[in-house]
Design a protein around this ligand. Structure first.
Ligand code: PMT
Length: 410
């Protein structure tokens, strides 16, 4: 097999030390690394340590005559099969998204004719900032590949998405990119709608009916599907979460707005209703704060909300080929979920134990689910919401790839 080569651009971030581990991991897998170390990157790792691991010269300066004589920066940008940016800082991502080229790293990214894989690493607020999300989405739209960022504790002490993917994960993504000319794109061309989060049903200007859903599971599903190349529309109730990159997010407040947004996003190949939609809303929203003296909120009457899952499942024309519901239950989980699948007419239902004694799936970070379809049931072990999302995305990719054998509930 011809030697596989990557050009690794090491940006300035605490995670730069992981890039040293990445170089070793790549060497173990038979991938040769040539490195560009940015000026900021040198504050975190030294050219000496990078060069010792790559066994090659480490490049840093755009206008270094010696470098240019040995290998011009254009040639350098094309000398590998893949360009990997790890850590990909907010600055490097912003420059690349806007086509700036004022140093060796950004010039190499712009000049390369090879795929570019980014492993973002930054503070959670920086990652979630609309500007960074816009830049990452633009790069993804231009065909760039991404691995991570992961959720976890960061060097700055904050918690959230922003940690660089682990070296083994990045190496896996590199392997996949080198093997197939890209990461797993098995959902490319498939339109998928995901709902997430709670709905808020206004009572008066200061109160609403809601539930404890955080949106984490639905957002993780949208992200996992987008990573497989799907064209994802995420219809989200009120949450604190940033839109996953590469995903079109429509934010709504109420169940009726959610239905309208889902309807507007159809047609689709698949719809996944993960949102915890309020079944009821106050019949009339009061324009003024309801006073205790006038009966308080105990006096409000309720109206039933539309059932979005049932509406989509029962579409005569333009029904998605695969409709997936969730059933959040605290007792008799499987029995209730089986009945719900039939009642709502969806193809699959994900039975989810949300009893307080379990691990607080609603609002928490982990859950234990069972996938129920007309063809059988599959109990999954306790997983993080990201892992659940990846497993579900994989199952959806397999289902949509095969013949349309999925039986809708009779
Ligand atoms: O958001 P997280 O904190 O990450 O938590 C994730 C979750 C626990 C909310 C999620 O995994 C989950 O289980 N979602 C379903 C929650 C639920 O309220 O289920 P349900 O049994 O009320 O509804 C069954 C199905 O019908 C769901 O797919 C729901 O989206 C859908 N539904 C319900 C009512 C309604 N009016 N319209 C609907 O579409």
């Amino acid at each position: 097999m011809p030697e596989r080569r990557v050009l690794l651009i090491i940006g300035g971030g605490v995670a730069a030390y992981k890039s040293l581990v990445l170089i070793r991991e790549l060497a173990r897998r038979g991938v040769a690394t040539r490195a560009i170390l940015t000026k900021a990157g040198k504050e975190f790792v030294t050219p000496l340590s990078v060069g010792a691991l790559t066994g090659d010269k480490v490049y840093s300066d755009l206008f270094d005559l010696t470098d240019e004589a040995e290998m011009g920066h254009i040639e350098l940008s094309r000398s590998a099969d893949l360009v990997v940016v790890a850590p990909a800082t907010a600055d490097l991502i912003a420059k690349a998204a806007n086509g700036l080229a004022n140093d060796l790293a950004s010039t190499a990214i712009l000049a390369t004719d090879k795929p570019v894989l980014y492993a973002p690493a930054m503070n959670v607020r920086m990652w979630e900032h609309a500007a960074t999300q816009r830049n990452a989405a633009r790069l993804a739209g231009d065909g760039a590949l991404f691995v991570g960022p992961n959720e976890g504790e960061m060097a700055c002490g904050e918690f959230g998405f922003g940690r660089m993917a682990e070296p083994v994960e990045i190496a896996d993504a590199i392997d996949a990119a080198l093997a197939g000319g890209g990461l797993d794109n098995s959902l490319a061309g498939k339109r998928i709608i995901v709902t997430a989060g709670p709905t808020h049903e206004p009572i008066d200007p200061v109160r609403y009916i809601a539930n404890r859903s955080s949106g984490k599971q639905g957002y993780a599903i949208a992200k996992a599907l987008a990573r497989l190349g799907a064209d994802v529309t995420l219809v989200s109730g009120p949450t604190e979460l940033a839109s996953p990159h590469g995903v079109k997010t429509i934010r709504v407040e109420t169940a009726r707005q959610m239905l309208e947004a889902v309807d507007g996003a159809l047609p689709a190949d698949c719809a996944i209703m993960c949102a915890a939609v309020a079944d009821y809303r106050p019949e009339n929203e009061s324009g003024n704060k309801i006073k205790k003296e006038h009966g308080g909120i105990g006096a409000i009457s309720l109206a039933e909300n539309p059932d979005i899952l049932k509406t989509v499942s029962s579409k005569k024309a333009g029904r998605p080929r695969l409709v997936v519901g969730f059933a959040a239950e605290t007792d008799n989980v499987l029995a209730h979920a089986r009945a719900k699948r039939i009642r709502k007419g969806c193809d699959w239902i994900i039975a989810n134990d949300v009893s307080a004694g379990a691990h607080c799936a609603m609002g928490g970070d982990r859950n234990t689910v069972t996938l129920i379809s007309a063809d059988g049931e599959e109990a999954w072990p306790e997983l993080s919401k990201d892992e659940t999302a990846q497993k579900l995305a994989r199952a959806i990719a397999d289902a949509l790839a095969g013949p349309p054998s999925l039986k809708a509930a009779e």
